[in-house]
Structure formats: C-alpha cells, structure tokens
Design a protein. Structure first.
Length: 332
C-alpha cells in the first residue's frame, strides 16, 4: 500500500475573509511603504542600468573569486561584480571569469587607464593571465535598458489583463492586475530597502513572479467560475471561500515544492545568482498571499454576474436569479 503525503486535509473550511480588513490594511501599508522607500533610498542599479565595463579574463589557474576581489580592493572602482564562466567547450586548463566594473559618477565610461590598472592588479594573481575581451556599456545604452525593462513589465501586465478579461470578466482582470502590481511593487520595495543589486536578472525575476502569481490566481478564478455556475443562490463570499479551500492543497504543494528548490539555490547558489533567486523566492511568497487575499477581495467588492443559466441547475426552465455580490459579506 502506497504512502501518500498530505500537507493539507482533503476538506478545509477556512474563512479567508475573516480578517479581510486587516489583510487589506497590511497590503496597503506595504505598498505605500514600498513607494516611500523607492523614492527615499532608490534602487541599487547594477552595471546593466548604470553603465560600465566587462573584462573577460582567462587563466590556467582555478578562478578564486575572493582572491580576485581582494586584488581589486583599494582601487576605488565602485560596484564590481566577479563571476566565473563555465562552458563545456573549455579546455581543462582554461579558467574564464568576468569582471564587471560600474561607470564612475560623472564619467562617460571606465577609462583605459582604469582598465590597465585592473589588469595589472589581476596579474598579481597569475602573471600569465590574459584578457581576451573588454566590453563597455555606455550611459545611453544603460538608459535604453532601463526603459526597455519598464516597458517589458508594463507590457506583460497589460497582456495578462486582456487575457483575464477575455477568459473571465473585467472584474477578474482588475483583481488580477491589482494583485500583480501589489507583488511587483512590494518586491521592488524590498530591493530598495536592503539595497540589493537591481539589474537585468532582477527584471527577469520580476517577470517570473508575474507569471507565477497570475498562474496561481487563474487557478482560483477558474474554480470560482465553475462554482458560480454550480452554486447560483449562495453568497459570493461563500463561493469564493469554497473555491480557495478547494484549491488550497494545490497551492501549498506547488508553492512548497518550488520554495524547496529556491531555498537550496539561495543558500548554496553563491553571490552571482543570489539577487535573482531572492526575488523569485520572495515573489512566490507574496504572490501566493495576493492570490488568496488581494485578487479575490477586489472581485468581491466589484461583484460579478450571477445570472448565467437558470437558478436551479436541475430545472433548466427555472427563472434566472441575481444574487447581490455583497450578500453574507459582513465581518465575522
């Protein structure tokens, strides 16, 4: 007889609206606090958005990121990112790394003199070290990357809202977009608060968060739509609670298993991908919360149609009946 792991009982009856004003107040506070932190602290933009230079190194010795960083300490280079490059096509004695140096304030790019100083410092580790390529990102290119990143996030939100509107109703689209905006804004607020490096990989993480969160929201909305047809005379609040309870097992299993992999990457993945993994980890947590406590709350307040088909599913000739979306919505 097989063993079946259950993290959530088959039948749950949690009232997710019991503390709706507390959860709404918490979400509003976090969103407002995120806006304040973004204006006060600002984002700690990485080289992708600030401009800078990438130096590719090649050595016969193993890459020691700590030794590379120690060699560059004291050169007043500003933001420096050092990553080891892996490729199946490399030879056994071919060790490649990338050193990214941000452009200094008030300068157009990293000067050739600075690049020469960096190369001399790195040769102290390995005198035979070579530098196959040096690439620079100017301020204009980095400014374009900022605009493109903003447009990509906004375009994804717009496309998702159209999809939800066409698949469900406009009320569902509003709830989904508010939920996604809530997730992205609070995640950016966390990055601004702790001054975590914000670069193109973080944008990729934000888009991943948007996709993950909307997937969770659509699962709840899809079950809600089925139950709205099935339980035509029940209050909308009760049907919403039923729908979230019915999908709770799936939500916990999906989020939990994903978090297990992400936490392992967060602990063992190293500094190179830590910002990216942290963004997705936090995004999954806040996305699961918003799917349960933010998206459906807006649908409840806006109300949805309750006149699909007859009031009694067993009697197709029964007259249709509209039920107030706020029936039974009093605070418990």
């Amino acid at each position: 007889m097989g063993f079946r792991l259950k993290l959530v009982p088959d039948q749950t009856n949690i009232d997710f609206f019991r503390w709706q004003f507390v959860t709404f107040g918490l979400s509003s506070f976090l969103m407002l606090a995120s806006v304040v932190v973004l204006f006060v602290n600002g984002l700690n933009f990485g080289i992708d958005f600030r401009g800078g230079t990438t130096i590719r190194t090649e050595s016969s010795q193993s890459v020691d990121v700590a030794a590379y960083r120690a060699a560059l300490t004291g050169l007043d280079l500003g933001d420096v990112a050092i990553t080891e490059v892996f490729d199946p096509g490399f030879r056994a004695d071919q060790n490649v790394a990338q050193v990214r140096i941000s452009a200094q304030d008030g300068t157009e790019a990293v000067t050739p003199q600075t690049i020469a100083t960096v190369e001399d410092a790195l040769r102290q580790i390995d005198p035979n070290m070579t530098f196959p390529s040096v690439e620079s990102v100017g301020p204009k290119v980095s400014a374009e990357l900022v605009k493109t990143a903003i447009y990509s996030v906004l375009a994804s939100l717009a496309a998702i809202s159209v999809y939800i509107w066409l698949r469900f109703e406009w009320q569902f689209a509003v709830g989904a977009i508010v939920s996604l905006f809530h997730d992205v804004l609070i995640t950016m607020g966390i990055f601004a608060l702790f001054q975590i490096r914000f670069d193109l990989t973080t944008i990729a993480a934000l888009l991943t968060i948007v996709g993950y969160s909307i997937n969770d929201t659509v699962v709840v909305f899809d079950r809600l739509r089925e139950n709205l047809v099935k339980y035509k005379t029940r209050a909308l609040r009760e049907v919403m609670n039923l729908s979230v309870n019915e999908t709770m097992s799936r939500t916990v299993m999906t989020s939990g298993t994903t978090l297990l992999a992400l936490i392992a990457l967060l602990v063992l993945g190293g500094d190179v991908i830590r910002g990216f993994v942290f963004a997705i980890t936090f995004g999954i947590l806040i996305g699961t919360y918003s799917s349960i406590y933010v998206a459906k709350n807006f649908v409840l307040w806006l109300g949805v149609r309750r006149d699909w088909g007859p009031s009694d599913p067993k009697d197709p000739k029964a007259p249709r009946k509209n039920v107030s979306p706020f029936e039974g919505a009093e605070e418990v």
